[in-house]
Ligand binder design. Structure first.
Ligand code: GLY
Length: 377
């Protein structure tokens, strides 16, 4: 066994989950390198924390839907174990979610969404406007129909990621923040370490778990781009407490347990432009107000922007790369918080016991590379 550490590049929810899972399952040395501040610098902090594979199921993306359901099913155990290593573990809120329509176009889309869910075996209940308002009294009069997705959940992603950071360090992990990895060093069929500034740091394996900022020297470039999201955190008052996330085309509202009501979000192809801009904020707020008029009164607490790591085909990139000890867990697009337990399990099993769950073959990085090492079946 190598005396060198397993090195994870990226200190967001995916990197921290993998690091903690590796240590919990017997890895002796694990180190995370994060270019900014772990947890707070990337998409993990900006996410809404919806664990909603049923509401976020997208046409043709059936594999992502099934992976999302599997990862959500893994959440209760994941959190129970996390409670052994961290002080403040968030509650899994099994509140379900509502997709709603406020105009004729939305309704037609909702009809198609309903049919698609029936086809893939995703339970969804059709509601008219008044049944939707019975479920969520804050919905406005423009809401004419809805889909109720029982089984969806949500979590406070910020509390979760901070708990994972604490657990990782408590289990012996070493976290290097504000430390950018320039490149991965390769020797034939193996990687031997990473380069940080002038220093070469030896590694037993390297796991790429960055967000949208995924291009690193020494490894094959990935077809991953940033898709910007702008999000508004309103201070929720008792008169505006939603019971569950509400989603519509181009906007959603997600009540959090820390008094924020999140209003999201845009999906912008503007590269790494971090500015908050008026147009998307106006659109999102207007859509959210149509759904839930009570938000008009609420104070704006924060406006944040983030970048979804978005692969060409929208599927996560998880598995072994083009060297026998180079691994990827990135490209989670809209689903990073949801997929964290699954990515942690898949990568730690691969590293610690060379086992790969073939149901996730469509996520293998090899789909983008010409030369790939066969994974163990
Ligand atoms: N999963 C929600 C988003 O990416 O906006």
């Amino acid at each position: 066994m190598s005396e060198h550490p397993h090195i994870i590049v990226g200190g967001g929810i995916i990197g921290l989950s993998i690091g903690w899972e590796l240590l919990r399952n017997g890895a002796e040395r694990v180190e995370i390198y994060e270019a900014g501040e772990a947890v707070r610098s990337g998409a993990t902090w900006v996410a809404a924390g919806m664990l909603a594979p049923r509401a976020e199921a997208n046409f043709e993306e059936v594999g992502i839907y099934h992976a999302g359901v599997a990862s959500l099913n893994a959440y209760p155990d994941f959190l129970a174990h996390l409670g052994e290593d961290a002080d403040n573990v968030p509650r899994l809120d099994t509140c379900g979610s509502l997709m709603i329509a406020t105009n004729v176009d939305d309704k037609r889309e909702l009809d198609r969404q309903f049919e698609f869910r029936k086809r893939i075996g995703c339970p969804a209940e059709r509601l008219d406007g008044s049944a939707a308002r019975e479920r969520e009294p804050l919905l406005g009069p423009r809401v004419t129909s809805a889909l109720w997705l029982d089984g969806d959940a949500q979590i406070n992603n910020r509390t979760l990621a901070l708990a994972l950071k604490q657990a990782f360090v408590k289990c012996g992990g070493i976290l290097h923040e504000h430390t950018r990895v320039q490149s991965v060093i390769r020797n034939g069929e193996s990687v031997t370490g990473i380069q940080v500034g002038d220093e070469v740091i030896p590694a037993a394996s390297v796991i790429i778990a960055t967000g949208a900022d995924v291009q690193i020297g020494g490894i094959d470039p990935l077809p991953v781009r940033p898709v910007k999201g702008q999000m508004i955190g309103l201070r929720a008052e008792p008169f505006a407490m939603l019971k569950q996330p509400i989603l519509a085309t181009k906007a959603y509202l997600v009540p959090k347990d820390d008094t924020r009501l999140l209003i999201g979000t845009s999906a912008e192809e503007v590269g790494f432009d971090k500015r908050v801009t008026a147009g998307p904020i106006l659109n999102i707020l207007h859509r959210a107000w149509e759904m839930v008029p009570a938000i008009y009164e609420l104070e704006i607490e924060e406006i944040i922007t983030g970048f979804r790591p978005t692969p060409r085909d929208h599927k996560p990139i998880v598995g072994r790369g083009t060297a026998n000890n180079l691994y990827y867990a990135t490209g989670h697009y809209r689903h990073g918080i949801l997929h964290a337990p699954l990515a942690a399990r898949l990568i730690s099993q691969l590293i610690l016991s060379d086992r790969w769950d073939r149901s996730y073959d469509e996520f293998l990085p090899s789909r983008f590379f010409t030369k790939a090492v066969e994974v163990a079946a």
